[in-house]
Design a protein around this ligand. Structure first.
Ligand code: ARG
Length: 461
């Protein structure tokens, strides 16, 4: 038997391999709820505009509700022969309500249908991700507030640079995640237009009301061009781009957690809940969750690159290639959601080793810039000269194998005779961070205020 939905022109049935490559039901069943919501909005509009009778519309709506219940209770039998979620739902509807079901697809195509369903799905997923990211920010803010004054080394090139605080470091991620949320919110704004009614590609000759369906499905407005409506997936690409950037942020943080939790760094201890052991080495506490956040970020980026590549050569309008938009996006958003949850859990449970961080903050002459700044401020030296003088003093300290604050004043005066013992006030790491009071700087007072501002803001969101 040829296909019940489009078999009019066919006599033979599809090859098993065609069915295997063509069917999307194994994955697009995931947006059954969006598909049914779209169909209900469509049939309500068809009735309101007199395109189908109120009676048929009522039957169809009731039937769709039954299909929804069957799917949700696990009683629905999905069929690969019916290709996708759209045809599975419609075929079951026909069994339930009879020939009236055939009127549902008036003035509609699977092309505008799938574009609508997918936008609805992405919109829901973006909203859910926004909530998870907000929780991550809250976890970071609380830790940061508690550790606004906990000195730790700041790095550039992963070499000791200048002391910062643990809170300052965590607040950097609060800012990043804040922008991630902003990017997702922007993507949501652009995706929130309804393609339903674009039909196959050219619109329809039926007097449909696209404003009505758009409104019923919570879209801001209908899409303005029927070809564009069914041919583009930029909303998915934009969401995947935002997701990839976010995954990149989480991955960088995860990399830091991996480093920090080594015995060599010893900056943080992850809880047992977020560490794993080794089957051979009894001493081990491995940061698997952090490693996996780092690793899984690759999958999210992979989904973005995959879909960019699928889309880039397609002529307008719909091509079946576009069915490949779904699995990567589902996987990427599930993966990111899991990574956000794992990161939140690690932040909540992570215990910083404050003495180790502080000790390390002073290593590598991390207060050399403070010495140079002191020369500028106190002796009126141009910064370039102060940099040079400080470099010579650091070289002396390094030769003597002592930290800057342990180098005798006399040794410093050999390089610059005008240095007095007042200089020692800026050479300790705590004084160094305290002095970083410029807006956005690492001073504990800044960090505390910044964390408090975010805490308030997040409580309102
Ligand atoms: N399963 C298809 C997809 O996901 C639905 C659209 C099919 N349209 C078509 N003209 N064959 O893209």
């Amino acid at each position: 038997m040829s296909n019940a939905m489009w078999g009019g022109r066919f006599t033979d049935k599809p090859d098993a391999v065609l069915e295997a490559i063509n069917a999307s039901i194994d994955f697009d069943r995931r947006f059954y709820a969006q598909d049914i919501a779209g169909s209900k909005a469509h049939v309500a509009m068809l009735a309101a505009t007199g395109i189908v009778s109120q009676e048929d519309a009522a039957k169809i709506t009731k039937g769709l509700d039954q299909v929804l219940r069957e799917i949700e209770s696990g009683k629905f039998t999905f069929s690969r022969a019916l290709e996708d979620i759209h045809m599975n739902v419609e075929s079951r509807l026909a069994e339930i309500v009879g020939p009236a079901a055939g009127r549902l697809h008036t003035a509609r195509s699977r092309n505008d249908q799938v574009a609508t369903d997918f936008r609805l799905f992405v919109r829901d997923a973006v909203d859910a991700l926004g909530v998870s990211l907000l929780k991550l920010q809250q976890a970071l803010v609380e830790k940061a507030h508690a550790h606004a004054g906990s000195v730790m080394p700041g790095f550039t090139h992963l070499q000791s640079a200048q002391p910062v605080t643990f809170g300052h470091h965590l607040m950097a991620y609060v800012e990043m995640v804040g922008r991630d949320r902003g990017r997702l919110a922007d993507a949501r704004k652009r995706l929130n237009e309804c393609p339903l009614g674009a039909a196959a590609l050219a619109g329809t000759s039926f007097p449909i009301d696209r404003e009505m369906t758009a409104k019923a499905l919570g879209f801001d407005r209908p899409t303005a061009n029927s070809l564009d409506s069914v041919a583009d997936r930029d909303f998915a690409l934009e969401t995947l781009s935002a997701a990839s950037i976010c995954a990149g942020h989480l991955s960088r943080f995860a990399e830091e957690i991996v480093l920090w939790s080594t015995p060599q760094f010893g900056f943080v201890t992850l809880s047992d809940r977020f560490s794993t052991g080794s089957s051979i080495m009894p001493q081990k506490r491995n940061p698997d969750a952090a490693e996996l956040v780092r690793g899984k970020a690759g999958r999210v980026v992979g989904a973005l690159v995959g879909l960019l590549t699928v889309m880039k050569g397609l002529p307008l309008a719909y091509s079946k290639d576009m069915q490949e938009d779904k699995e990567g996006l589902f996987d990427a958003l599930d993966t990111l959601d899991l990574c956000v949850a794992a990161t939140t859990g690690m932040v909540d449970d992570m215990v910083p080793n404050l003495p180790a961080m502080k000790k390390s903050a002073g290593a590598g002459y991390a207060t050399a810039t403070d010495l140079a700044d002191w020369l500028v401020r106190t002796l009126g030296m141009p910064f370039r000269e102060a940099h040079h003088v400080t470099g010579r003093i650091v070289a002396k300290a390094s030769e003597a194998k002592v930290p800057l604050e342990k180098l005798p004043l006399a040794a410093m005066q050999e390089v610059e005779p005008r240095i007095t013992d007042a200089v020692f006030a800026v050479l300790g790491v705590s004084n160094s961070v305290k002095s970083r009071t410029s807006y956005g700087g690492a001073a504990p007072s800044n960090v505390r205020a910044q964390a408090a501002r975010w805490r308030k803001r997040l409580a309102k969101e």
